[in-house]
Design a protein around this ligand. Structure first.
Ligand SMILES: *Cc1c(COP(=O)(O)O)cnc(C)c1O
Length: 447
């Protein structure tokens, strides 16, 4: 199977090549040239399979021809050794908690698989890599944990110093070993811009740079799996399902879209965003205007004014968008409107939703999950769909946002095992000026 660049100016690559490359040389994102389709019988068969087996089957369709027999089965079994709770809320509505991994964020699903796959291919090719990753909080810690101690990979994490919680920061800065962390006085978009610039800089080519952001196809493919999993546990055969996805850079949502294109019976994807509402506006009009600078909202991991995976979504619907958001070929916006619905949830609404969900259902949500849940409620109200099977994604553990839970609900959520003991560990990170020359100098000096 080949992967092409959304900017159409770089050659297509195998999965392993695209995985190790990260972003394409033309600054586009890799997309599968064709999407394999699973039969209804295969999808029905998932109901008796464990999560890691579903993962092996779904991902295998994209990469099996590049892995020796049995390797993918071993890697998925090793990566997915935690629960994926589906919490019943009311009628046919559920919340899928993607927060039981080692950093209590849904990003563990992709990061753990990606680390294992990269390590496998690097060993085969006897190569090393330097991973650069910008984070708005959860990516950095998920990547750092998933890559910690891998001998062929060094990791640099950049984060906006005022936009992550103490706990999120400590999850990255207390690791050491092959993980280095840089704090910037700026926004997530600034961090991401520095990383992108480094990839395009020929002076750094000897460093073997790669990316673990959601721009890497290796992040996307594992994120298809939990949609199949939820469906396998909840749906009658052939029944259609609604997913609500709290979204920022749109990697999570793109995993869902690919799952649907593989044959998963989805009625609608609800794309719930915070005050950064460039996507709902685009879906309505087909005209795209990014939000620059992005707005600071409570659901800080979704403070994205220009979702990098939007180029992939546009490609999936037959259009072409460059990395800056310029549209060179219009996509099939009508079809997109049939398959997706999107809304922007304000901070006030997010807070109300946290309170109401707790009061009405004892449903504990942190701000990102609350955006997803609020989006689902709005969708159902507007479409009179309350009896429809629907699943809203909770993307982080509520204990990662204790300040907001305390403010809205009046108690401190209990820490999962994975987050205990962070307070005592020493932190290591450097402050860095938010300018490309400073970042470049750091890289050249350190590696
Ligand atoms: C990263 C993140 C998101 C957004 O996911 P995207 O794939 O960037 O859309 C949502 N919630 C949490 C908690 C996150 O960490």
């Amino acid at each position: 199977m080949l992967f092409y660049s959304t900017n159409l100016q770089s050659p297509s690559l195998s999965f392993a090549q695209a995985l190790l490359m990260g972003q394409a040389p033309d600054r586009g994102l890799y997309m599968p040239a064709n999407i394999p389709v699973l039969s209804p019988e295969e999808i029905a068969g998932f109901s008796t399979m464990a999560y890691h087996q579903i993962a092996c089957t779904v991902m295998g369709r994209f990469l099996q021809d590049e892995l020796p027999e049995g390797v993918l089965a071993d890697l998925t079994k090793d990566a997915y050794d935690f629960d994926v709770p589906l919490e019943h809320v009311t009628e046919r509505q559920y919340v899928m908690r993607l927060d039981q991994g080692p950093t209590a964020s849904f990003k563990d699903f992709a990061a753990r698989m990606m680390g294992r796959l990269m390590n496998f291919y690097l060993q085969q090719e006897n190569r090393k890599l330097l991973i650069l990753t910008a984070t708005s909080g959860d990516t950095g810690s998920a990547i750092a944990h998933a890559f910690l101690g891998l001998d062929r990979i060094q990791v640099v994490v950049l984060f906006p110093k005022d936009e992550v919680t103490n706990r999120q920061r400590k999850q990255m800065t207390t690791l050491g070993k092959n993980i280095r962390v840089l704090a910037l006085d700026g926004k997530f978009d600034d961090c991401q811009a520095l990383v992108k610039q480094a990839f395009a800089d020929p002076d750094l080519s000897q460093l073997q740079l790669s990316s673990a952001n959601s721009i890497n196809i290796g992040r996307l493919i594992p994120q298809m799996v939990y949609y199949f999993y939820a469906y396998s546990r909840l749906a009658a055969q052939g029944e259609k399902i609604v997913f609500s996805v709290p979204s920022g850079n749109f990697g999570d949502m793109m995993g869902g879209m690919l799952a649907m294109k593989m044959g998963l019976p989805v009625e609608k994807f609800v794309i719930a965003v915070n005050g950064n509402d460039e996507f709902p506006a685009f879906l309505k009009t087909g005209r795209y205007e990014k939000i620059d600078p992005s707005k600071n909202c409570l659901s800080s991991a979704m403070n994205v004014g220009h979702p990098s995976n939007l180029a992939r979504l546009v490609a999936l619907y037959g259009g072409q968008m460059d990395e800056k958001g310029g549209i060179h070929e219009a996509c099939d916006i009508k079809l997109m409107q049939q398959e997706m619905w999107s809304t922007s949830i304000s901070d006030t609404k997010t807070q109300q939703t946290m309170t109401e969900a707790w009061k009405s259902y004892r449903l504990l949500l942190e701000p990102h999950g609350a955006v997803g849940w609020a989006g689902l409620q709005e969708f159902q109200k507007q479409h009179s769909r309350s009896g429809q099977l629907s699943v809203s994604l909770e993307t982080a553990h509520p204990a990662k946002f204790p300040e907001e839970i305390e403010r809205q609900l009046g108690f401190d959520p209990e820490l999962p095992e994975s987050l205990k003991g962070l307070g005592e560990k020493p932190e290591m990170f450097e402050m860095l000026e938010t300018a490309y020359p400073a970042f470049k100098a750091f890289l050249l000096r350190t590696y």
